[in-house]
Design a protein around this ligand. Structure first.
Ligand SMILES: [Zn+2]
Length: 344
């Protein structure tokens, strides 16, 4: 067992891609590749008496489909997949939901908000970037060159997702599902995705956390152009505090990225503290008026490349909107459309 930052990692090596590894009674860890800097996602297979439950699907690539086919051929003990649950709408989690539902004749189970948002976002593919989005990034202060790059990539979300099922089954906070012979409680977190499902099994003392609680990276919490005045950082901080109340301190956490770990409450506190520190840094920096893009160096250790620009603008805006809602920052527009923030 290795430990960093008070977390404990009971399994020192992650399983090879596409090779399920038992992490609790009837619960298997399945890793799939991602074509990004974040190069993997963790998915979960749960063995029920008469079939299997899959939690999350991987992204819509041939590599993931081939690995799934190997799992279906070699690791199901002659039982069908009879349940698919998706934690949230991001392509690495939902990308192959439609494909798996077709293969196994399943109804997709997920939250209503994320299902609806996913169906809506897919319709952006093939359309030009709307004025609301261009205005949003201009207000943040991005360059014309960066804006052009954004326009060419607009609608990319839908390209990573296999055709979605036309209907679904809603899961919501406080409900229970049965997996691996046990009852699991649905716990909804917010801020990273609109209505992110986590699953807690008190009997196994296991928590399937999705992206709501990761051991080594902090999940992106972003404002998006469709709702420029939203306050997802409040949702995220409230969710972290809520999870400290609703999960046992000694629960085994199964996160969507990184290693399985113990230390849920310490990690949640570290995430809360990290955002609090960022908020203080922004207030100091905004003694002099700043635009969104001027503040990247306060929040991110690495320089921001074009492929993560929307995440960086979104995350910075989440912190700015939080401080505006607390009446600690005021904003004013300049002639070229950029918004400047100053500490009150
Ligand atoms: Zn996510």
């Amino acid at each position: 067992m290795t430990a960093t930052n008070a977390l404990q990692f009971p399994i020192s090596e992650a399983p090879a891609m596409g090779q399920p590894l038992a992490v609790a009674e009837g619960v298997y860890w399945l890793r799939m590749p991602l074509p990004f800097a974040l190069n993997h996602i963790n998915l979960w297979l749960l063995e029920d008496s008469n079939g299997w439950t899959i939690i999350d699907t991987g992204i819509n690539t041939d590599a993931c489909k081939e690995l799934w086919q190997q799992v279906f051929d070699n690791h199901l003990n002659n039982k069908p997949v009879h349940q698919l649950i998706v934690t949230h709408l991001h392509p690495d989690h939902i990308g192959l939901a439609g494909w798996i539902c077709e293969l196994w004749n399943l109804e997709l189970k997920m939250s209503r908000t994320d299902y609806m948002a996913c169906r809506l976002l897919i319709t952006d593919t093939g359309k030009p970037a709307p004025k609301a989005a261009i205005d949003f990034y201009q207000r943040a202060g991005v360059s014309d060159e960066q804006l052009n790059s954004y326009k060419t990539k607009f609608g990319g979300y839908g390209k990573s997702i296999y055709a979605m099922p036309e209907s679904f089954v809603r899961l919501q906070d406080g409900e229970f599902v049965t997996m691996a012979g046990h009852r699991w409680e649905i716990i909804v977190g917010r801020g990273h995705a609109p209505e992110h499902l986590c699953l807690l099994c008190p009997e196994l003392n296991v928590f399937i956390a999705g992206d709501q609680l990761l051991p080594s990276i902090s999940s992106n919490v972003s404002v998006w152009p469709t709702e420029p005045h939203s306050n997802p950082l409040k949702d995220w901080l409230d969710s972290c505090a809520m999870l400290q109340q609703r999960t046992p301190a000694d629960v085994l956490v199964l996160p969507s990225h990184g290693q399985v770990f113990f230390g849920a409450h310490q990690r949640l506190q570290r995430l809360i503290d990290g955002h609090e520190k960022s908020l203080i840094k922004l207030l100091e920096a905004c003694q002099q008026p700043q635009r969104n893009v001027d503040l990247f160096s306060q929040l991110f250790r690495r320089p921001i490349s074009d492929d993560v620009l929307t995440l960086a603008v979104g995350e910075t805006q989440a912190h700015l909107n939080y401080l505006v809602s607390k009446k600690k920052l005021q904003s004013s527009a300049s002639d070229n459309g950029a918004i400047w923030y100053q500490t009150i």
